[in-house]
Design a protein around this ligand. Structure first.
Ligand SMILES: [Zn+2]
Length: 210
C-alpha cells in the first residue's frame, strides 16, 4: 500500500500502526486518530481531516499541520479535562473504552461511537463511527438572551449536546438552533447534567473494571 504522507503521521509511527494492526484505518471511512504517550497527535486518517467534531479545526487535507500538536491545545474545557484524564488513564492502564456522544449540527442530530485502543506503551488509537444521523426532532427555542444569561452575564452551552442552560429556578437545557450555527459572544462551555452523568459514569465504569 501507499505510504502515509508525513503530514498525517509522526516519524516512526507507521511501524506502530502496522505492527498493532491499525493500518486499515487508512482505508476506513470512520474518522480516526492516534496520540503518543505524551498526548501529541501522532496520526490522523483521511476521514478524520474532513470530520467536523472535536478536531479543533485542524485544517484541510492538503495543508494539514496538526501532527505533533498537544491535543489539550485544540480542545476547550470541560471536554479538555475529561478527554485528557480519560486518554491518559487508558494509556497507563492499557484499557479499551467505548462511549457514545452527540455531535449535532444546526440541522442534523448526529451520534457517534468512539472506541479507543491502547497501543501497548506507544499511545492510543481513537476511532469515531457515525451511528445515527437524522433531522432534529426537538423543536428549537427562540434565541432570546434574557432567558439564558446567568448571573455572570454568560450563556452556558453544553460542549457535547450543544444545548444552552435556561436561567432560573428550574434547571432546563434548551436546543436553540441559531446558537449552534453561530454562538453568541456570551457563550461559555459547560456540561449539562445528563451529559455529565453519562460521560463520567461510563468512564468511571471502564476505569474501575478489572
Ligand atoms: Zn449536554
Amino acid at each position: 500500500m501507499q505510504d502515509i504522507p508525513d503530514s498525517r503521521i509522526a516519524t516512526g509511527f507507521a511501524d506502530t500502526l502496522s505492527t498493532q494492526g491499525f493500518k486499515f484505518l487508512e482505508h476506513s471511512s470512520d474518522p480516526a486518530f492516534a496520540v503518543d504517550t505524551s498526548m501529541r497527535l501522532a496520526y490522523v486518517n483521511r476521514s478524520y481531516i474532513a470530520f467536523g467534531c472535536a478536531n479543533g479545526g485542524l485544517g484541510e487535507q492538503d495543508s494539514f499541520s496538526g501532527i505533533g500538536t498537544y491535543i489539550g491545545d485544540v480542545m476547550s474545557d470541560p471536554l479538555r479535562q475529561f478527554y485528557l484524564m480519560a486518554y491518559g488513564t487508558l494509556i497507563k492502564d492499557d484499557k479499551t473504552w467505548n462511549h457514545e456522544y452527540d455531535c449535532s449540527s444546526p440541522t442534523h442530530y448526529r451520534r457517534y461511537l468512539q472506541s479507543t485502543f491502547p497501543l501497548k506503551g506507544k499511545g492510543l488509537v481513537v476511532i469515531n463511527r457515525l451511528l445515527k444521523e437524522q433531522s432534529h426532532t426537538v423543536a428549537s427555542e427562540p434565541p432570546v438572551k434574557d432567558y439564558y444569561l446567568n448571573e455572570n452575564q454568560l450563556i452556558p452551552q453544553c460542549s457535547h449536546c450543544h444545548k444552552v442552560r435556561r436561567h432560573g429556578a428550574d434547571v432546563k437545557w434548551d436546543w436553540v438552533t441559531e446558537w449552534v450555527a453561530s454562538p453568541p459572544q456570551e457563550v461559555t462551555h459547560s456540561l449539562c447534567e445528563p451529559c455529565a452523568d453519562y460521560y463520567y459514569g461510563e468512564l468511571k465504569a471502564t476505569l474501575t473494571s478489572a
